[in-house]
Write a protein that binds this ligand. Structure first.
Ligand code: DC
Length: 334
């Protein structure tokens, strides 16, 4: 006999969500384990106490598991446990090794098995990209810098002489946009029309243009689709402004990384000076404030902390301390 385990989560305790989540979980278990419905002996669900409106067992019947025995139990309340979570144990005939399946936010419960995402959101200069790179190396997962994608859109608009706030012109430009993200030696390279623009998109004038172009719905739609596609393929850490709120709202690990404006301006100042740019510190501080305002006040997916994101104020923390803090929080949740 085979004992296959799995889990999934819902965003809200509604029959529709539970039905869809259970169907997806059972279908994935069946597919990954080449499981015929008739070989299924019984399915035991155990649900966190906030799952009430429809027993997952009922959803299993509706998903076609009509002849096996179904049980549904409620878990005791455990402090800090993943909320709105449905666990399953499927007993089936056969002796092939079981492939356990953990989906959505539950993927974080068994990082050894499934793909998972770490969302790092926050304003510019908060240190999130340095932290994301370190985490990706330590955890051996991909790092996706989503800001680079908006920067590449802004660079393309500038090359085409398009005003970044002219939405119809930008929408037309997107039709033929050839933007690719590639990885070489573990480092992200941003390719525009086949050219590596990884350095060019870091130019100071591209920063403000990226902030402006990223407010357009047509740009966000296209970038978010690309980001989800990349995140679907493998475990990764993504940094941006809307990863935890809009791109991957089901990400099991979410952090909102921030720091005071002077600290962020100083970091950006040092970074640009090290690259040989001549920069005016006061102008940089003003630009950071303006970019924060743009990013936080735009109508679509503004920069904001997801309700379930852990706040990390890095103003007085070293990179090592931030990475250690985030790793500890991930460890505690697994
Ligand atoms: O992280 P960054 O400074 O490279 O990002 C450049 C701009 O892109 C930033 O001002 C806002 C925008 N951005 C966004 O709107 N959503 C993201 N997920 C990432 C960046």
């Amino acid at each position: 006999m085979r004992a296959i385990r799995g889990a999934t989560t819902v965003q809200q305790d509604t029959p529709e969500e539970i039905r869809a989540a259970v169907k997806e979980l059972l279908e994935t278990i069946a597919e990954e384990n080449a499981l015929a419905l008739e070989s299924c002996i019984s399915i035991l669900f155990s649900n966190t106490e906030d799952i009430r409106s429809l027993y997952p067992a009922k959803a299993a019947r509706e998903a076609g598991f009509s002849s096996c025995a179904l049980f549904s139990a409620q878990e005791p309340v455990i402090d800090g446990a993943l909320p709105l979570c449905i666990r399953v144990l499927v007993l089936a005939e056969g002796d092939a090794p079981a492939r356990h399946v953990y989906l959505r936010a539950a993927a974080g419960l068994r990082k050894d098995l499934g793909k998972y995402a770490i969302a790092l959101d926050g304003p510019s200069g908060s240190g999130k990209s340095t932290v994301a790179k370190r985490l990706s190396r330590e955890l051996d997962i991909l790092y996706l810098d989503t800001g680079a994608m908006y920067r590449a859109c802004a660079l393309k608009a500038s090359q085409c002489g398009i005003d970044v706030s002219d939405e119809p012109a930008v929408a037309a430009m997107l039709q033929t946009l050839d933007l690719r993200i590639e990885y070489r030696g573990g480092a992200q390279h941003t390719l525009l029309d086949g050219q590596d623009v990884s350095e060019a998109i870091r130019r100071p004038e591209v920063s403000m243009a990226a902030s402006k172009i990223s407010a357009l719905g047509c740009v966000r739609k296209k970038m978010v689709e690309m980001q989800r596609e990349i995140a679907k393929q493998q475990s990764c850490v993504l940094d941006g402004r809307d990863i935890g709120t809009a791109v991957l709202p089901d990400a099991p690990f979410k952090f909102f990384v921030t720091a005071s404006v002077p600290v962020r301006a100083k970091r950006r100042f040092d970074e640009l000076c090290a690259k040989g740019y001549t920069v005016d510190y006061a102008a940089l501080e003003k630009e950071i404030e303006e970019r924060d305002r743009n990013d936080a006040s735009r109508a679509i997916s503004p920069l904001r902390r997801a309700e379930d994101a852990v706040l990390v104020d890095t103003s007085e923390m070293s990179i090592e301390e931030v990475v250690a803090f985030i790793r500890r929080r991930i460890q505690e949740k697994v």
